[in-house]
Design a protein around this ligand. Structure first.
Ligand SMILES: Cc1cc2nc3c(=O)[nH]c(=O)nc-3n(C[C@H](O)[C@H](O)[C@H](O)COP(=O)(O)OP(=O)(O)OC[C@H]3O[C@@H](n4cnc5c(N)ncnc54)[C@H](O)[C@@H]3O)c2cc1C
Length: 441
């Protein structure tokens, strides 16, 4: 007599920018169905193939996926991990595995939206349902609108409405742990984690910031956040970007400890909704008239800026910190971005692309928002005539030159380069160029 094993009904859960099993919205809903849940991760070749071979973020994701895989193995399950085009991979999974549904969390960027629509389309043809949830932000899409029903383009009224709309339920954790026994058992496995080398990447020794929120920093954040020489910000950007920490958990701490810190998390939601409601910001100025600016786009100047050789020590320190660690302090991001657009008259999109390649915490919405803020072209941006003086910025935020000396050791010696542009001259040139484009005369 033969015993035929009946394949159980199974649903799939797809990890993307939510790389944790705790407090994960879509994972919770998947596990709660009571069906077996097959966890999946895909190293998306469309995204990865464009990255430098020593990209620290790929190393980070690889480490995290290995940890997740271990955790799932301890529970008797198995993380199915792939490298390739997600559309093709879901076609293969749907052909091989008896899945009836796919659960995942929202992604607000243009490419993932188009990819998800394609996947949802072919799954529907196979009667496989596609379920998506909000997880990456506290409020998404059109959840926070003005009284006229319009998306906000100015931060302060947005943040007021955000705070007024918040209740305990928004910050409640999804208790996934109650249902961990619903992860599909290992016998359903058919893919394991590709190595970095198999995907064409090198190992990097880049140190990654800790995942544990430092509550001491959060409590004093309003006093310390502006000084790049201090450990005065949380460095959690990378973990928020890839969802190794839950935004609900962090916002809960922020709410009880420090309003200035909470406001920064609200900026993150703000820019995410700007991207969703005004997708033209990708590649275009939010305020269209700013696309008329006649940029100089001098390649040699851009090179000097990117290498931290402008002769302005705070700008140079920031760029060198970025190049060697994948991180730059927010104050300095604002200055180097303003310097590129306004002092050098180089298109903000060049700087945006450079940051996108280098920042470990790169997030399309916040990076685009930050660059358009600096260029003056974005939502609630710095006015065009506000041109930071790099010297005044050092005086304010690195008075003792501690940060500068850490990253630019030759500063103050004859070996240090002379300024590549003169501040007053560059300021006048910028004002004239912007005025011409914006027809301000
Ligand atoms: C030109 C420019 C580019 C930027 N690019 C990015 C980017 O690609 N990714 C990114 O996460 N942030 C970006 N920022 C915002 C900010 O600089 C970083 O979030 C912050 O420096 C990260 O360090 P931290 O984790 O120590 O932040 P903390 O000061 O500890 O803040 C906590 C978290 O709040 C969020 N946050 C803080 N400030 C902002 C802000 N102004 N806008 C949106 N979110 C914010 C981040 O998620 C951050 O991790 C950019 C800012 C500028 C001016």
């Amino acid at each position: 007599m033969y015993l035929y094993k009946i394949k159980p009904i199974m649903i799939a859960f797809w990890f993307r920018r939510d790389l944790r099993i705790e407090d994960n919205a879509a994972l919770y809903h998947a596990l709660k169905t009571g069906q077996e849940v097959m966890p999946v991760f895909i190293f998306d070749s469309y995204i990865l193939d464009k990255l430098p071979r020593n990209d620290g973020r790929v190393q980070f994701i690889h480490n995290v996926i290995a940890d997740l895989s271990e955790k799932l193995a301890e529970m008797g399950s198995h993380l199915q991990a792939f490298y390739g085009n997600p559309v093709t991979i879901w076609q293969q999974i749907a052909a091989k595995m008896p899945i009836t549904a796919l659960y995942t969390n929202h992604d607000y960027e243009p490419y993932p939206q188009q990819r998800d629509a394609e996947i949802a389309g072919f799954l529907a043809e196979k009667n496989i349902t596609f379920h998506t949830y909000k997880d990456h932000v506290i409020f998404e899409k059109a959840e926070i609108l003005s009284n006229e029903g319009k998306p906000y383009t100015v931060f302060t009224p947005y943040s007021r409405k955000w705070k007024a709309s918040l209740n305990d339920a928004h910050l409640e954790s999804y208790p996934t742990e109650k249902y961990f026994s619903h992860f599909a058992p290992k016998n359903a496995s058919f893919a394991s984690i590709p190595s970095l080398a198999e995907m064409g990447f090198e190992q990097t020794n880049m140190p990654f910031p800790s995942l544990i929120p430092d509550e001491k920093i959060i409590r004093k954040y309003h006093e310390t956040r502006d000084f790049p020489a201090q450990k005065g910000t949380t460095r959690l950007g990378l973990h928020l970007r890839f969802g190794t920490i839950s935004i609900r958990k962090l916002a809960k701490i922020a709410l009880s400890q420090n309003e200035t810190y909470l406001n920064e998390l609200i900026w993150r939601d703000f820019y995410a909704q700007v991207l969703w409601n005004f997708p033209h910001v990708v590649g275009n100025a939010f305020k269209k008239e700013y696309d008329k600016i006649e940029w100089e786009n001098d390649k040699e100047m851009f090179q000097k800026w990117s290498e931290g050789k402008t002769g302005y020590p705070l700008v140079d320190a920031g760029m060198r910190e970025l190049n060697s660690t994948g991180y730059m302090h927010n104050r300095v991001r604002m200055l180097v971005a303003s310097f590129l657009c306004k002092h050098l008259l180089i298109d903000w999109r060049w700087g945006e692309a450079y940051f996108a390649e280098k920042l470990l915490d790169f997030e399309l919405a916040s990076n685009n928002g930050g660059w358009q803020w600096a260029a003056g072209s974005g939502c609630d941006a710095a006015p065009y005539f506000r041109i930071f003086s790099p010297e005044a910025q050092v005086e304010k935020f690195d008075k003792q030159f501690q940060y500068v000396r850490k990253w630019v050791p030759e500063y103050g010696t004859p070996a240090y380069t002379r300024p590549i542009v003169e501040h007053k001259w560059a300021r006048e040139r910028c004002l004239a160029t912007y005025k011409k484009a914006l027809k301000m005369d």
